[in-house]
Write a protein that binds this ligand. Structure first.
Ligand code: PRP
Ligand code: URA
Length: 208
């Protein structure tokens, strides 16, 4: 199981602005998208390349390209939607599935309400998008839903994670690679990440 925590001054800078309650909806969305691009860049480090013949203005040569058909992005609704534009800047032709999950506010257990995936999903590397990995309940449930549909290779991108969330995914799905921009300290007694950024979905969509 691979777990990558980005460690970079630029990420610290963007996360600091993202966390602030003074940050506007517009800037919040832009930052979520930018950090998603950086996470995806990191997650594609092992992408297989295929050779193609190309002709530069100078000569013929061999170029190496990624086959975007081998990938699908799957945002967890709602907040994962905020990461889609950012990852598409790297792979504009990748297919996109959607998984609908919300946390029951009392039990913190994930409730499934939607699942629509691209055809041939079982042969693609699926990159799950969700800015928050708190208890890990939603992330783990999304991975289970994908595995039930035959997906074998899964990567999980998250902007802020709590240690307990990472541990849950590791325990239940040790074959999944996790990429996190910032590892936070803990959860509070109502399941929010501390210091966190509050409710990611509400901040992206301006619903509170
Ligand atoms: C948030 C977040 C994750 C989940 C993380 O979604 O986007 O999906 O909580 O918490 P967990 O790790 O404890 O499961 P939420 O349930 O608030 O739904 P929303 O995206 O529709 O706002
Ligand atoms: N979901 C969020 O949006 N924020 C948290 O801190 C935890 C779960």
């Amino acid at each position: 199981m691979k777990e990558i925590i980005l460690n970079h001054p630029m990420i610290e800078h963007k996360i600091a602005i993202l966390r602030s309650e003074l940050t506007s909806t517009k800037e919040f969305r832009e930052l979520v998208s930018e950090i998603a691009t950086i996470l995806c860049f990191e997650a594609l480090k092992d992408a297989p390349l295929k050779e193609i013949n190309i002709k530069t203005p100078i000569c013929e040569t061999i170029g190496k390209i990624i086959d975007e058909n081998n990938y699908a992005f799957v945002p967890i609704l709602r907040a994962g939607l905020g990461m889609v534009d950012g990852v598409l800047t790297l792979m504009p032709n990748a297919k996109i599935g959607h998984i609908g999950l919300y946390r029951n506010e009392e039990t913190l257990e994930p409730v499934e309400y939607y699942c629509k995936l691209p055809s041939n999903i079982e042969n693609k590397t699926v990159i799950i998008l969700d800015p928050m990995l708190a208890t890990g309940g939603s992330g783990s449930a999304a991975i289970t839903m994908l595995k039930k549909r035959g997906v074998k290779k899964i990567k999980f991108l998250s902007i802020i994670a709590a240690p307990v969330g990472i541990e849950k995914i590791k325990k239940e799905h040790d074959d999944v690679e996790i990429y996190v921009a910032k590892l936070d300290e803990k959860l509070n007694d109502v399941g929010y990440i501390v210091p966190g950024l509050g409710d990611a979905g509400d901040r992206i969509f301006g619903t509170k």
